[in-house]
Write a protein that binds this ligand. Structure first.
Ligand SMILES: [Zn+2]
Ligand SMILES: [Zn+2]
Length: 122
């Protein structure tokens, strides 16, 4: 069953070929700076596992040697984190409200970078 997602303004839409309800929370410094929170992500896989519409509104920022971050150039919504070598995509979990009721945080990463003022109940 495919799952539809979009950014805040709707210019960019994503259709993942399958549901992905296992959520990772990334507490790294880059994700926190970009989102003002942990980055809640779902892993889709390679480029064959989803399709974009509104590609012309996707801005890409090479945030490190190994990864690229994508966001909507119109509304600023964070869309994905892409591992350059494998072209595997991790999407902003909140793009996909229809699968939100089934979300479960299965892993927290970069916990060593997490500041003390918040913590997740998982
Ligand atoms: Zn947008
Ligand atoms: Zn991160």
């Amino acid at each position: 069953m495919s799952v539809n997602g979009s950014c805040l303004c709707g210019k960019v839409t994503v259709k993942m070929n399958e549901k992905h309800t296992n959520v990772w929370a990334c507490h790294c410094n880059q994700c926190r700076k970009q989102t003002s929170s942990p980055f809640f992500i779902v892993h889709s896989g390679g480029e064959e596992t989803f399709t974009f519409e509104g590609e012309e509104f996707i801005s890409r920022f090479k945030s490190s040697e190994k990864a690229t971050r994508g966001f909507c150039s119109n509304c600023g919504t964070i869309l994905f984190w892409e591992l350059n070598e494998s072209h595997c995509y991790s999407f902003n979990a909140e793009l996909f409200p229809e699968q939100r009721p089934e979300y479960k945080i299965v892993r927290e990463v970069y916990l060593k970078d997490k500041p003390d003022y918040y913590s997740l109940k998982i």
